[in-house]
Design a protein around this ligand. Structure first.
Ligand code: NAP
Length: 286
């Protein structure tokens, strides 16, 4: 059996076209959705990520501001910048790129972002909203995974989903989103015993670990849907996921590749959240 690919680039293109169309409609009503991206320090990977986020905004017609600061910026100064952006009516989403320099308390900075502009979905209020099923912003990576399942028309009701990884930005919110769609969810982590026994029962597997070959073909039930969030490098230095793609694709029903799978969806959902924040701001005005 050869699995069908869930193409994150193609789905992203489709969703970004819709964001661009909705942004144009909002602009016609006099409101341009705006995203502020704040980068502190000169982390190489972060610089690439923020550049991609700003470019994606521009391509979709959103307004974007990139604020870059020296690694020596004080926590107080960063908190003051976030507060100013909270009150800036041209900004509907605020993203502080992580990691922050060690002398800055990242959680404190995230909690300083207004939940109404927390388009990364990392604020405790956003996490609480997801947990209780209230309106709020969902973290972009697991939200992108949900869109991928939606794109293949997958009905999660009563299905067994196994999420491998329990981080606050991927694993835990992923589990809550799947639960909200009536899946029966198991969350595995580094202390989980006999992972294979769990994954073999799964209809859906989300791998969000950050280690190559965490999921191999012998661990997958024939026909299962496999979403690979991991971003790792193989021996040749090429980007790869957590899943042994070549083996698992012969067993799974659907699979996401790396690169070109979950990765592009993360920025796409950031645009979706920023647009939604602007739409909420407009409806609150009227
Ligand atoms: P993280 O915070 O390091 O969490 C990794 C999780 O994996 C932890 O819960 C850990 O368990 C668990 N784990 C570690 N070894 C394991 C094992 N052998 N078996 C089962 N579980 C194990 O990482 P993250 O931020 O969630 O990211 C996970 C991966 O996704 C990384 O490769 C990251 O680069 C990638 N990522 C991709 C995107 C994207 O846009 N595609 C976005 C975000 C993250 P414990 O809790 O017990 O330590």
């Amino acid at each position: 059996m050869t699995a069908q690919l869930i193409d994150g680039n193609a789905l992203s293109k489709q969703l970004r076209a819709k964001v661009a169309a909705d942004t144009a409609a909002l602009k016609a009503k006099g409101l341009t959705p705006g995203l502020a991206v704040v980068l502190v320090g000169d982390n190489q990977a972060s610089q690439v990520y923020v550049r991609n986020k700003v470019k994606a905004c521009e391509d979709a017609g959103l307004h974007s501001v990139l604020e870059k600061y020296e690694a020596t910026m004080s926590e107080a100064d960063l908190l003051a910048r976030v507060e100013a952006l909270n009150h800036d009516d041209s900004i509907h989403g605020i993203l502080v790129q992580l990691p922050l320099p060690a002398h800055i308390d990242a959680q404190k900075v995230i909690e300083a972002i207004s939940p109404a502009k927390d388009v990364d979905g990392f604020h405790i209020a956003s996490a609480g909203a997801l947990m209780t099923g209230m309106p709020g912003f969902w973290p972009c990576t697991p939200y992108g995974c949900m869109k991928m399942l939606e794109s293949i028309g997958y009905d999660l009701k009563g299905k067994h989903a196994v999420v491998i990884g329990r981080s606050n930005i991927v694993g835990k919110p992923m589990a809550l989103m799947l639960l909200q769609k009536d899946a029966t969810v198991t969350v595995a982590h580094s202390r989980t015993q006999n992972l294979k026994a769990l994954t073999l029962q799964a209809d859906v597997i989300v791998a969000a670990v950050g280690k190559r070959n965490v999921l191999t073909a012998d661990m997958v039930k024939p026909g299962a849907v496999v979403l690979d969030v991991g971003m790792n490098r193989n021996d040749e230095g090429k980007l790869c996921g957590d899943v042994d793609f070549d083996g698992v694709k012969e067993v799974a029903g659907y699979i996401t590749p790396v690169p070109g799978g979950v990765g592009p969806m993360t920025i796409t959902m950031l645009l979706v959240n920023t647009l939604e924040s602007a739409q909420r701001a407009l409806s609150e005005k009227h």
